[in-house]
Design a protein around this ligand. Structure first.
Ligand SMILES: Cc1cc2nc3c(=O)[nH]c(=O)nc-3n(C[C@H](O)[C@H](O)[C@H](O)COP(=O)(O)OP(=O)(O)OC[C@H]3O[C@@H](n4cnc5c(N)ncnc54)[C@H](O)[C@@H]3O)c2cc1C
Length: 326
């Protein structure tokens, strides 16, 4: 059964987030040959972004424009997306399982009194009901879900469903719809950034994470150096954040960010269950810890027993060497 799928794109600092392209790839599989429509809610229409969604697999794109959509608010974006949903009447809506996706999709699904399957990591195409897989109990089990009736709302976890290859020669219709947005009850007056620019932690392919074993703010410097040579991002355990070695925005775990990079390097992290809840589904886990009994080794694919301050500089040197010889 072919389905029309609307993908709600997400931008950060004026560029589309990778998870948008992954959402298009998921939409393609859900659509069973149906049409994929990209949607960007925006304060000022940027057709380049809309075209980029087409290059990654959308058939056409809509820019829902209103100056009140300059910064994300659930109230404003729900009104804008709602108008496009009324106009397009899709069978399914896909978005990234990001802070915005987690906020916006339940609001819309509740309005249409229909099902939402969140945090999807895999899906099985089917002509009747697509089967969606999502982790539960902090990644200790997986459940498979279907929506039997009505509009499908899906959010996908970043880094799990590979995006399609970019094809800049793909073309499709880009339309600008001026949407009505009633006066917002909550207005964002300023956004104060806490982390430096760089690779976004929740979408990073490589994460170098530090724990209490890093011992100080300065102790994180070699981790930043390692992340840089690997093109990755730096994360942390709550132990490191509580000790004020780094900002809480880096925290990974049950009460922090959930990440699934290709490579996770845990440095001086013991492997408490609450930390594992945020990273145990990483594809390859490397642990560096001086305690051979540390729990992190129970889930690591590769373990290095030793002092992180001796091992990390050696790793950086080796990686640089490999890059020179490549
Ligand atoms: C409700 C609740 C929610 C929580 N949520 C989270 C969460 O989201 N994320 C999270 O991380 N934690 C969370 N915690 C805290 C969690 O229980 C642990 O306390 C925390 O993860 C420990 O951090 P750590 O591994 O950095 O520190 P520690 O447990 O102190 O481990 C430090 C490790 O560093 C090693 N080490 C020391 N020096 C070196 C060295 N030079 N070289 C190599 N290794 C060294 C040690 O052997 C040790 O294994 C939560 C706790 C509760 C109760």
């Amino acid at each position: 059964m072919s389905r029309k799928v609307l993908v709600i794109g997400e931008t950060r600092d004026g560029v589309l987030r990778n998870v948008t392209f992954e959402a298009i790839a998921a939409a393609k599989r859900i659509s069973d040959g149906g049409e994929i429509v990209g949607l960007i809610c925006t304060g000022s229409a940027d057709t380049q972004l809309a075209e980029e969604m087409i290059h990654y697999g959308a058939d056409r794109s809509i820019l829902a424009e209103n100056p009140k959509l300059e910064t994300y608010t659930s109230e404003g974006f729900a009104q804008a997306a709602g108008q496009v949903i009324e106009q397009e009447k899709p069978d399914a809506i896909v978005m990234g399982h990001t802070a915005i996706g987690k906020d916006l999709t339940p609001k819309l699904a509740a309005r249409y009194e229909t099902g939402l399957i969140s945090d999807v990591t895999e899906l099985e195409e089917s002509t009747d009901n697509v089967v969606f897989t999502r982790p539960i109990y902090s990644g200790k089990a997986f459940e498979k879900k279907i929506i039997t009736d009505g509009l499908l709302f899906i959010t996908i976890r970043p880094n799990n469903i590979p995006s399609l290859e970019k094809d800049s020669s793909r073309s499709g219709d880009v339309s600008v719809t001026e949407v009505e947005v009633a006066d917002l009850r909550t207005v964002i007056t300023d956004v104060i950034k806490k982390t430096a620019d760089g690779v976004d932690l929740s979408e990073a392919k490589v994460i170098v994470a530090g724990g209490r074993g890093v011992k100080s703010k300065e102790g994180f410097d070699p981790l930043y150096d390692l992340a840089e040579v690997l093109g990755g991002a730096v994360g942390a355990s709550r132990g490191a954040c509580d000790a004020d070695y780094c900002d809480y925005s880096l925290q990974i775990g049950q009460t922090g960010k959930v990440v699934t990079p290709d490579l996770y390097i845990a440095c001086g992290i013991s492997g408490a269950i609450q930390h594992l809840a945020g990273m145990s589904n990483s594809k390859v886990i490397v642990a560096i810890n001086k305690d051979p009994e540390a729990n992190i080794f129970n889930i690591a694919d590769y373990g290095i027993v030793g002092d992180l301050f001796e091992i990390i500089p050696q790793l950086i040197e080796e990686i640089k060497q490999v890059k020179v010889n490549a």
